[in-house]
Design a protein around this ligand. Structure first.
Ligand SMILES: NC(=O)c1ccc[n+]([C@@H]2O[C@H](COP(=O)([O-])OP(=O)(O)OC[C@H]3O[C@@H](n4cnc5c(N)ncnc54)[C@H](OP(=O)(O)O)[C@@H]3O)[C@@H](O)[C@H]2O)c1
Length: 269
């Protein structure tokens, strides 16, 4: 892949990344390794850590990893202490580990809500707090991977919206408090391209809200819960309207994507 960055830009630098054994995090790890950084990875599953490390090594990079849970301060602390011992002071700290599942606020248990808050928000705090002693001062850069959920509400994402809003202000507060020591803290909001967005709407919403079981639950409640019938009928109507809107959106976008390019017309047509 051609790059706008000069070769070996990060030679001699050390990057510690949570949640970099798949998706966006893995790509960041691979790109930083390709530019010469030494990579330390952490996620829960040993086999994913092993595969990610092997991938970076196979591309000629330098990497090692740890199996651990960002919700557990001791895991994060041990991984960072070991990274410092093995590779030296940390130049880049990426807080990427995150959890997500689609559910409306009323369909989510307190425990489900808490698990996302714990991975995203507490995990980011644990990572920054434990890393502080090992960061290069001045010069270290902390990067939290947030989401647009931090600024605007998304249906079925109450937990992620709350967690990412917290991640943002936590990161900005750290920038304020640690900036005087030459530590920068920034936030990235990954986006989706149009094709990915269509896939996301179809798959993500389909997984929870558009299952026949979910529809039946609303109808059943409306039939048997006499006390709250009016609200439940309204909910059922909204459900059906949303369902057909989503179907239309996906069908229209797919049609646009597969449509033949317009035939050029001559001037004056
Ligand atoms: N994908 C998107 O469209 C999108 C959009 C906006 C923002 N984001 C943000 O971008 C980041 C990456 O998203 P992604 O979709 O690429 O993620 P992903 O592929 O689902 O990867 C999540 C990573 O986090 C690790 N992880 C999960 N729980 C953990 C825990 N408790 N402790 C340690 N590691 C844990 C996972 O590995 P294990 O399973 O081994 O733990 C995995 O490496 C996230 O912060 C996400 O919120 C993503």
């Amino acid at each position: 892949m051609s790059s706008i960055f000069r070769d070996h830009l990060f030679a001699g630098k050390v990057a510690f990344l949570t949640g970099a054994t798949s998706g966006i995090g893995l790509t960041i790890a691979e790109r930083f390794a390709a530019l010469g950084a030494r990579i330390a990875l952490m996620s829960r599953k040993q086999e994913k850590v092993d595969a990610a490390v092997a991938g970076v090594l196979a591309q000629g990079g330098s990497a090692f990893g740890f199996a651990g849970d960002v919700r557990n301060y001791a895991d994060v602390d041990a991984a960072l202490t070991q990274t410092r011992a093995q590779a030296g002071e940390i130049d880049f700290l990426f807080c990427i580990a995150a959890g997500n599942f689609p559910a409306p606020a009323l369909g989510m248990s307190a425990n489900g809500f808490k698990s996302v808050i714990d991975i995203d928000l507490l995990g980011t705090f644990n990572t920054c707090r434990a890393a502080y002693a090992h960061l290069r001062k001045p010069g270290a850069s902390i990067i939290s991977i947030s989401a647009n959920h931090a600024h605007q509400p998304y249906a079925f994402q109450a937990h992620v919206c709350a967690a990412k809003a917290g991640v943002d202000l936590l990161t900005r507060t750290i920038a304020l408090e640690w900036g005087r020591e030459g530590i920068r803290a920034n936030i990235i909001y990954p986006g989706l391209d149009r094709g990915e967005l269509v896939e996301w709407v179809e798959r993500f919403y389909g997984e929870y809200y558009f299952r026949p079981k979910a529809a039946w639950r609303v109808v059943r409640k409306a039939l048997f819960d006499a006390g709250d019938r009016k609200r439940l009928y309204k909910e059922a109507r909204e459900y059906l309207a949303l369902r057909s809107k989503r179907k239309k959106f996906v069908a229209d976008e797919r049609a646009k994507q597969t449509a033949a390019p317009p035939v050029p017309t001559s001037a004056g047509d």
